[in-house]
Design a protein around this ligand. Structure first.
Ligand SMILES: [Zn+2]
Length: 640
């Protein structure tokens, strides 16, 4: 296996481009809006109570420091509301603190992209408050600090202390890398030190029910060089799923040897025996991200074999064409292979974001284009659909078919919204989308000892260890990309050949092609032009996907397209694409000839006759743009 680094955000500047616009949207709309939401300042949205909790925790700590007794409240719920808990107690979900950490992470990356004094000050103020809420021994979780400090770490399976730590650590590393300030890093490191002590070699043999502490620890190790963090991350990963189950010990239960439990938490088997993606999809990809990272650092082939099997299981059998993962609302989880229902898809925005995290770590250890092919699919479709075009509302789940009326009346689809929501009481997705988009420059390049890999074709300038690179990209339209390379020493440049591309051209002939990357030897300043020639494609699902038999989807380049009622009239299920359609493309939308079946009369059942059809012109829009013109029907798949 290989060991390469991604080029840091600070060394890559994205120029005017598709993603620059999205980053600006996140900077101007999403980050200020989220800040307001955290402070409960958004009218009509469920109050977050997040900042309120940090203030309450700071006060409780201060009182205890002055030896004033503070009230004890229960710590037995996932969600604390005004109806089920006392006014002075913690409010919101058990993981409410993580919303602030994700906001700080997104804001930090955004400061890297564009300095902003006011935003920097707001981040500093938030960090100061976190510092006041963190306890004297480093512990930092407002639920327990407010409600009952003596109940810490008693329910790792359900009550997200290690999860919140993971987000704190990720935010701290982002903030430190961008600003050079150690304020949040020191807070995270003190909590990490406590976790190393409590869960170290001689401590409790636990691990979190919702992974991310593992990757948080690994990022802290990278930022500080402190080996204890690497050792603890390894322990958290290696203990997972071993017998007796820690989650059983926690609650005085036992599971017979011939049965498994805790698939939901990916704690059913030791990680090296996990080969199939199961359970809650966000938890899964967060864990797999850390496993891949650790496997690379430790050169642990066996662990990496599991990561490869898990990545393949997701992307070859359990991923929607939009890059969404986790097909069922039941446990927000992966189900079985090829079970990809369109109208009841869960496909949480966070899970698609997490798949991109996982893909990046995989690419650092295995130079194969399949990782960024999947990341690209998720990014341009499922993730981007998660945010409205004006950056003011968000999707939590991302179906491939929507009938607004049924969403209200059918409990099986109650998780799906016909239009994006301003905010959610469980607001994991919007800040996750914000932190990924703000940090996108970190995904563009991976660098090994002798090769710079170009993963994404954004117009940007990059200062890599081996070369300076300047990209002018028309990747999404004509597919043409011009890359100027100034090597600092003789090196190889490897271009990812996108999965959708079946006709690539390079201005320099005869590249060496391996695992989906085209390699060029560079020993002096050079310009290479690549053309990936995107074309409109009619795509089918594997025949094992029962739902889409006889149906197709339309794609161009990385974008998956969909049909909306606004453009194509109601009853989208009565439409079909002509067998050899004539396509046209206006730079954004795709048009094609098709047919609309005439609707039947009143009889629910009647003897079959060939349906009457009329010719229609179908209009397909990029999937990520759906539901930006109000509530209406949508479908990705159409009959052929
Ligand atoms: Zn989410």
């Amino acid at each position: 296996m290989q060991n390469a680094k991604t080029i840091k955000n600070s060394n890559v500047k994205i120029k005017n481009s598709f993603w620059k616009e999205k980053q600006e949207l996140v900077r101007k709309e999403v980050i200020p809006y989220q800040r307001k939401a955290l402070e409960d300042g958004v009218g009509g949205a469920e109050p977050s109570r997040c900042m309120e909790n940090f203030k309450k925790a700071a006060k409780a700590k201060e009182q205890r420091n002055r030896r004033i007794d503070t009230p004890v409240y229960p710590t037995d719920k996932w969600h604390y509301t005004d109806d089920n808990s006392a006014p002075g107690a913690f409010k919101g979900w058990v993981f409410q603190d993580s919303d602030l950490y994700k906001w700080i992470e997104a804001a930090s990356y955004s400061l890297q992209n564009r300095p902003d004094k006011e935003l920097e000050k707001a981040v500093d103020n938030a960090i100061e408050l976190i510092g006041k809420a963190a306890e004297n021994d480093g512990y930092c979780d407002t639920l327990y600090t407010i409600n009952n400090p003596s109940a810490r770490f008693e329910n790792l399976r359900d009550f997200h202390e290690l999860y919140c730590f993971g987000h704190l650590a990720e935010a701290a590393c982002a903030h430190f890398n961008v600003t050079g300030k150690r304020t949040l890093l020191d807070i995270a490191a003190r909590f990490a030190d406590l976790i190393c002590e409590v869960f170290g070699e001689n401590g409790k043999a636990g691990y979190g029910g919702h992974p991310i502490a593992e990757e948080g620890m690994l990022k802290l190790y990278e930022a500080t060089g402190r080996k204890a963090y690497l050792d603890t991350a390894r322990l958290l990963i290696n203990r997972r799923g071993t017998r007796p189950y820690y989650f059983d010990i926690e609650r005085g239960e036992s599971t017979p040897e011939n049965r498994t439990k805790y698939e939901y938490n990916q704690a059913h088997l030791p990680v090296r025996e996990q080969k199939e993606a199961v359970g809650h999809a966000v938890r899964a990809v967060y864990l797999y991200t850390a496993m891949a990272d650790l496997a690379r650092i430790d050169e642990d082939e066996k662990l990496f074999d599991s990561c490869k099997a898990l990545f393949d299981d997701i992307t070859k059998r359990k991923m929607y064409i939009t890059g969404g993962i986790g097909s069922t609302k039941d446990g927000e989880a992966f189900k079985y292979a090829y079970d990809l229902p369109n109208a009841t898809a869960y496909a949480e925005s966070c899970a698609a974001v997490g798949l991109i995290f996982f893909a990046r770590r995989m690419m650092q250890a295995d130079f194969n284009s399949k990782y960024f092919n999947a990341a690209e699919r998720s990014l341009y479709n499922c993730v981007l659909a998660g945010m409205a075009e004006d950056g003011k509302s968000f999707f939590y789940t991302n179906p491939l078919e929507a009938e607004p009326k049924t969403l209200v009346l059918d409990g099986r689809r109650s998780h799906i919204k016909p239009v994006r929501q301003k905010w959610f009481d469980c607001a994991c997705c919007p800040p996750n989308i914000a932190r990924l988009i703000s940090d996108l420059s970190e995904y563009c390049f991976t660098e090994s000892d002798n090769t710079v890999f170009i993963n994404m074709y954004e117009s940007c300038t990059a200062d890599c260890r081996l070369a300076k690179i300047d990209i002018d990209s028309d990747y999404l339209n004509s597919g043409r990309v011009i890359i100027k390379i100034k090597p600092k020493k003789p090196a190889k440049i490897a271009f990812r050949i996108p999965e959708w591309c079946d006709n690539f051209e390079f201005s320099v002939k005869n590249p060496f092609i391996k695992d989906g990357y085209a390699y060029f030897e560079i020993d002096g300043a050079q310009t290479i032009e690549a053309n990936f020639n995107p074309r409109i494609k009619i795509m089918k699902c594997n025949s094992r996907v029962r739902e889409n038999t006889g149906k197709v989807a339309v794609t161009r380049g990385p974008f998956v397209y969909c049909l909306e009622e606004k453009d194509n009239g109601s009853d989208l299920h009565l439409l079909r694409l002509a067998k050899s359609p004539k396509f046209s493309f206006d730079g954004e939308n795709i048009f094609a000839n098709g047919y609309r079946q005439e609707p039947d009369g009143e009889a629910l059942y009647s003897e079959y006759k060939a349906p009457r059809e009329k010719l229609v012109r179908l209009k397909f829009i990029p999937y990520y743009k759906w539901a930006n013109r109000g509530e209406n029907k949508m479908t990705v798949y159409i009959r052929l």
